[in-house]
Design a protein around this ligand. Structure first.
Ligand code: ADP
Length: 404
């Protein structure tokens, strides 16, 4: 049995999952948060059907957790107390989500001292994420010193983009010096979903021209040609592209200069505005799409308008990617909004019938946690809802690397 511990580390928290890769099954999952605050919190969940799991399915502790190393200690105690026993299901490796792999990392990589230096060095491109990912790696290596640790990069899947897709039309020397280009993110999810969609259709991924729409708090579209990413909507940072929960997505860069000059905003103000106070939050005052949909249904015109802005942007990307791919065979919706909002899916695909995209309202309406088709039988393009599972994908890639 190949068991992998998957770690997704932030600056004051980390999430983990213990995954049986052969069975594609989660044996335990948890969250350690408020690290460094006066009172930290740790939650550990064991699915009822997991082998060696105790009868309780969820346990919670609040206690001071000074740093990530202490956090992993708390996690190990939770495994010892609530199971499954790490002696009975020992992880063969630990897989770490790392946000920015730059142009250097195009595949999952066993973490050596040199790899850590490189991840650290890429922090200039992802100042909020890479240092936090690295903290998690160092602490996890101390907790699990005897197994390989593997970095799985959010950017790696997009390293197959052709230069014409990843190049910004600015001064080449300046761009090269500061590594300004599109990297793309959500790669682990786009890879997982594009493969799961092919599997659902019973067709080889190599034959398919796919558009994957990952719509969560962050959102991105990806054009996948024969299983390879050829274009994606996030750019040098996860700010570009679709309208998101709190991020603007695409915007005329001159707007930033205008706001600097006319509204007296500093670079930090604009960073905060575009990343944290824009998108659906900026348009409606609400960041959670469920609330916005509820308000829209209750007749709130501002909420309804924001949803149409959100859908308009998605539709533009579908058109652009259909052109880049020379046609589309499959469109898949995934992540919180993509998996759960029939309204957004319907709005995004409205008017695309001439592309051969025909949604079946009855198939679109229900919720389910498995992959399913939501297009009509006559639709030339298969439209699917495919639940993403980034942790499972990280675990699979980790096992592949370790197995060599
Ligand atoms: P993250 O990008 O943080 O991983 P998720 O993929 O979990 O986020 O997506 C979170 C988003 O999904 C939230 O904006 C939430 O409102 C939205 N969402 C979750 N369930 C529903 C639902 N039933 N209808 C509409 N939106 C939903």
């Amino acid at each position: 049995m190949d068991v992998v511990l998957v770690v997704n580390s932030g600056s004051s928290s980390f999430k983990y999952q213990l995954i049986d890769v052969d069975a594609s099954r989660t044996l335990a999952s948890g969250l350690v948060e408020r690290i460094g605050e006066a009172e930290g919190r740790a939650v550990h969940k064991v699915p009822q059907d997991a082998p060696g799991g105790a009868s309780t399915s969820e346990s919670e502790r609040t206690l001071p957790i000074p740093d990530h190393t202490a956090g992993f200690g708390v996690m190990l105690e939770a495994f010892a107390e609530h199971g499954p026993s790490l002696e009975e299901v020992p992880p063969v490796a630990v897989g770490h989500r790392v946000v920015q792999g730059g142009a250097r990392f195009f595949e999952p990589t066993v973490i050596t001292d040199l790899v850590k230096i490189n991840i650290d060095e890429l922090s200039s491109l992802a100042p909020l994420h890479n240092p936090a990912n690295l903290q998690g790696i160092v602490a996890a290596q101390a907790a699990f010193p005897d197994v390989p640790h593997v970095a799985v990069f959010d950017t790696a899947f997009h390293q197959t983009m052709p230069p014409s897709a990843y190049t910004y039309a600015i001064d080449r020397e300046l761009a090269e010096k500061h590594r300004v280009r599109r990297y793309g993110f959500h790669g682990t999810s786009h890879r997982f979903v594009s493969r799961a969609a092919a599997e659902f259709l019973g067709r080889p991924v190599e034959e398919l021209r796919q558009i994957v729409l990952h719509l969560g708090n962050g959102a991105s579209a990806c054009a996948v040609d024969g299983g390879r990413s050829v274009e994606t909507s996030m750019g040098m940072t996860p700010l570009e592209g679709l309208v998101m929960g709190t991020r603007s997505g695409d915007i005329d860069p001159a707007v930033l200069l205008h706001l600097q000059r006319r509204a007296g905003l500093s670079a930090d103000d604009i960073d905060d505005l575009l990343n944290k106070r824009s998108g659906m939050l900026g348009l409606t005052g609400r960041g959670d799409l469920r609330d916005i949909e509820d308000a829209s249904e209750a007749g709130d015109e501002t909420a309804d308008f924001a949803l149409s802005v959100y859908a308009h942007r998605i539709r533009s990307y579908i058109g652009a990617y259909a052109a880049q791919l020379g046609g589309v065979d499959v469109i898949s919706f995934t992540a919180g909004v993509g998996e759960n909002s029939p309204d957004i899916r319907g709005r995004a695909l409205a008017g695309l019938e001439w592309f051969g995209i025909e949604l079946d309202p009855e198939r679109n309406a229900p919720r389910s946690r498995v992959a399913r088709r939501i297009s009509t039988d006559a639709s030339r393009v298969e439209v699917l809802v495919v639940p993403t599972n980034e942790e499972l994908e990280i675990a699979r890639q980790t096992v592949e690397v370790v197995a060599g």
